[in-house]
Design a protein around this ligand. Structure first.
Ligand SMILES: Nc1nc2c(ncn2[C@@H]2O[C@H](COP(=O)(O)OP(=O)(O)O)[C@@H](O)[C@H]2O)c(=O)[nH]1
Ligand SMILES: [Mg+2]
Length: 314
């Protein structure tokens, strides 16, 4: 199916792990355990989790499980942190995440992250995604600190036919968010996606500013934003984990989106993210176009990493 091919194609440059995929095509395992561990570390899995994956794969091999299946299961155990979902998957239940809409709590999603990770582009993609599921979407161009940061989302909005609330460069991002939240209540749109700045002038504190944006959204529409999603660039590797912790402490994340898995992106970073943060991964970004976003599905992701075929039923 198209969605899976796009994901696999997107991850195609995550060479270190794709190389492992080649192993299962041979008659037997040609790499040693150390090579597997190094390959996992090179793909940004991190030393600790790489060792765990190797141990789990070894243990499964000793129980007579084939190498490919053992490695696939070991990776999946790291990536699928939801126990219920893991159990359902084990008994062969089709979780079907890619064919249903990724659910959202509330009507407002605030999107945060450092400069350049892909926030604005991701908001455009999310707009397209939810539109495609019959949702009426609006944008708030809250990155007023970067020259043309606000205009960039406006251009996407025009292209996608999505109403965008903008403010002049240098204006208060909280006031843009406030105005857009008010407007959504009036228009009755299903979803408002709020863009934010990733870096501010030195006299400002980014986290304080983001807390303020949250507060004014809640004032304009009590209980909102129902979701606060962090965008992380896969290329930043292990550093992304530290970013995620800081944002989580400051604004309380309810979701993570990992972008640029098509580039030099090392897909392995999803393991420590899934393991060490109690925040679900919602989507992954695999390119710069509006369609280059996939709902995160652990099983599909592992199969794409290992260059296997699409999961059954896809
Ligand atoms: N290859 C690739 N590039 C991306 C992806 N997402 C965003 N970008 C690019 O990353 C750059 C920064 O994106 P932008 O949305 O402006 O980041 P922001 O500063 O966080 O708002 C732009 O050139 C985007 O086209 C992705 O999934 N893959
Ligand atoms: Mg931006």
């Amino acid at each position: 199916m198209a969605w899976f091919d796009r994901l696999r194609q997107g991850l195609g440059r995550t060479r270190e792990l794709v190389t492992l995929g080649a192993v299962r095509r041979g008659d037997d395992w040609e790499l040693g355990w150390d090579d597997l561990e190094l390959a996992l570390i090179a793909a940004d899995v991190g030393a600790k989790l790489a060792a765990e994956v190797v141990e789990e794969t070894k243990a499964a091999r000793e129980r007579g499980v084939g190498f490919r299946e053992a490695l696939e299961q070991a990776l999946l155990d790291q990536l699928e942190r939801d126990r219920t979902r893991r159990k359902l998957r084990r008994v062969g239940f089709d979780l079907d995440v890619h064919r249903s809409m990724v659910p959202v709590r509330g009507r407002v999603i605030m999107v945060v992250g450092v400069n350049g990770v892909g926030k604005t582009t991701t908001i455009a993609k999310l707009g397209r995604y939810y539109q495609g599921h019959g949702q009426r979407v609006e944008f708030a161009a809250g990155d007023t600190f970067r020259a043309a940061g606000s205009a960039q989302l406006g251009v996407w909005g025009e292209r996608l036919g999505i109403t965008t609330t903008t403010g002049p460069d240098g204006s208060d991002p909280a006031s843009v968010a406030y105005e857009a939240t008010q407007k959504r209540k009036v228009s009755g749109a299903d979803l408002l996606l709020v863009d934010t700045a990733g870096r501010l002038h030195t006299k400002h504190n980014l986290m304080e500013e983001l807390k303020k944006v949250r507060r004014v959204i809640d004032r304009a529409d009590p209980g909102e934003p129902g979701e606060t999603w962090l965008v992380l660039d896969a290329v930043t590797g292990q550093n992304g984990l530290e970013q995620a912790r800081r944002f989580h402490d400051a604004v309380g994340l309810t979701g993570i989106i990992v972008t640029k898995l098509d580039g030099t992106g090392k897909g392995g970073i999803l393991l420590p993210i899934a393991r060490e943060l109690d925040v679900p991964i919602r989507f992954i970004g695999v390119g710069e176009q509006a369609d280059d976003l996939q709902p995160y599905d652990a099983a599909a992701f592992v199969r794409a990493l290992l260059d296997l075929g699409a999961p059954s039923g896809a």
